[in-house]
Design a protein around this ligand. Structure first.
Ligand code: S3P
Length: 432
């Protein structure tokens, strides 16, 4: 993303209040795509307000899917399913900044009888796509790229099922292949190296498909028909991470978050924050369409450090930036290993974190696959660059709350990618 926006964040004394989050980004993308290829109408309430999920909707419209925003206050989207056959888009699909859109939708367009071009902004044009190109090509699609990066030109085909061992732990890739497998002939089997978020499997079941899981393996039979659903998307847990980490900075903080996603493949964040000293209780647990949601009550405490490596990296991939941003304030510091994937996100997140922490006066060691950040540090306000990355913009706004002096976040409007209104919400929770 290119922008010239700036936001100034002043230090706070405490964080208190309640924040409701728009629907989870991962679930919103999947519901919209499946609603598009289902039969009948879907009503998706509390659909993510992020620009990424709007990119998915606009790509679907270009592919002939009819949808409408029904009730802006409730973020209600109504989709008329097209069934499994979509219509060729008249022009290249613009996926904006959204890796989820280009990767997951490529599984659907690869199974169509036409060609589709897909691209996006500068950051998206640097994201690796061979991870979807290789298996989709093995299924029968023809895909041209720019050295494994977008834009892609996907010539769709009658896909054949695949038996595929994924080399990279990626829920986007797994979901892409499940979507392609749904539209292919035969049974597709996907094995992931580590358990990643299971919203693809859960959403497919919600729309009526059978998906089998055994250990790290998922299977889907091609040719199953989907039917539309009525659903309310639970609040986005990765967006909540910014407010939870803000609360973690102050021993007397108090925060409540209603109707937040509690899917176990995403909730590792809550375990880690509790280990770090945050007191969290969950009430009003409810399940709908296979997804759990609950109300969170959070109280601050003494902030300890943590180590994140191995399977935890996949479980916390989107939350590591904000955990790292508060790490210098912890008593014992923070270490991240096995997280080379962070280098190919919306920005090179390891480099973005290191640059910004150093700008705030922190000591930090950059590793090829992670970071080492000593605890017990005092930071000062600084000029921060989001590098056009929404999670970096928000992570350093949180770090700024406990720094000495003001912090300016440059290219702050990157936050609209997942959470428009973030800075206003953080400000209204901050006590001075
Ligand atoms: C996502 C998976 C993760 C994550 C992204 C959303 C998803 O990406 O970083 O924000 O919805 O499946 P990878 O699959 O590249 O790890």
């Amino acid at each position: 993303m290119k922008s010239i926006s700036e936001v100034v964040v002043r230090p706070a004394r405490n964080v208190r209040g309640s924040v409701s989050l728009p629907g989870d980004k991962s679930i919103s993308h999947r519901y919209a795509m499946l609603a598009g290829v289902a039969e009948g109408r879907s009503r998706l309430e509390n659909y993510s307000t992020g620009a990424d999920c709007a990119s998915t909707l606009s790509c679907l419209r270009a592919l002939g899917v009819v949808w409408e925003r029904k009730d802006v206050a409730n973020n209600l989207i109504e989709v008329q399913g097209s069934g499994p056959s979509l219509t060729a888009a008249g022009e290249p699909l613009n996926c904006g900044n959204s890796g989820s859109t280009i990767r997951m939708l490529s599984g659907i367009v690869a199974a169509q009888e036409f060609s589709t071009e897909m691209g996006g902004d500068e950051s998206l044009s640097r994201r690796p796509m061979e991870r979807v190109i290789t298996p989709l090509t093995a299924m029968g699609a023809k895909i041209e790229s720019q050295n494994g990066r977008p834009p892609l030109r996907i010539s769709g085909a009658r896909l054949k099922a695949i038996d595929y061992k994924m080399p990279v732990a990626s829920a986007q890739v797994k979901t892409c292949l499940l979507f392609a497998g749904l539209l292919a002939e035969g049974e597709t089997r996907i094995e992931e190296p580590l358990r990643t978020r299971d919203h693809g499997e859960v959403a497919l079941r919600a729309f009526g498909a059978q998906v089998e899981r055994k250990g790290n393996e998922v299977r889907i039979r091609g040719g199953q028909r989907l039917r539309g659903i009525e659903a309310r998307v639970p609040g986005d847990l990765s967006s909540a991470a910014f407010f939870l980490c803000a609360a973690a900075l102050f021993p007397n903080s108090q925060l409540t978050i209603p109707a937040l996603l509690m899917n176990p493949t995403r909730a590792r964040l809550l375990d880690i924050l509790m280990q770090m000293g945050l007191r969290i209780s969950v009430t009003q647990l409810e399940e709908a369409h296979g997804e759990l949601a609950g109300a969170l009550q959070v109280e601050g405490g003494r902030l300890k450090g943590a180590t994140i490596a191995g399977a935890d990296v996949a479980a916390l991939i989107d939350e590591i930036p904000v955990l790292a941003a508060i790490a210098p304030y912890t008593a014992t510091g923070f270490e991240v290993r096995d997280a080379g994937e962070l280098r190919v996100k919306e920005s090179d997140r390891i480099a973005s974190i290191v640059t910004n922490l150093r700008a705030m006066g922190a000591e930090v060691e950059e590793l090829e696959d992670g970071l080492k950040i000593p605890g017990g540090q005092k930071l000062h306000g600084a000029e921060i660059d989001s590098f056009g990355d929404h999670r970096i913009a928000m992570a350093f706004a949180v770090a700024a709350l406990r720094a000495e002096g003001e912090t300016t976040i440059h290219h702050a409007d990157a936050a609209v990618i997942s959470l428009p209104g973030f800075f206003g919400a953080l400000e209204s929770l901050s006590q001075r």
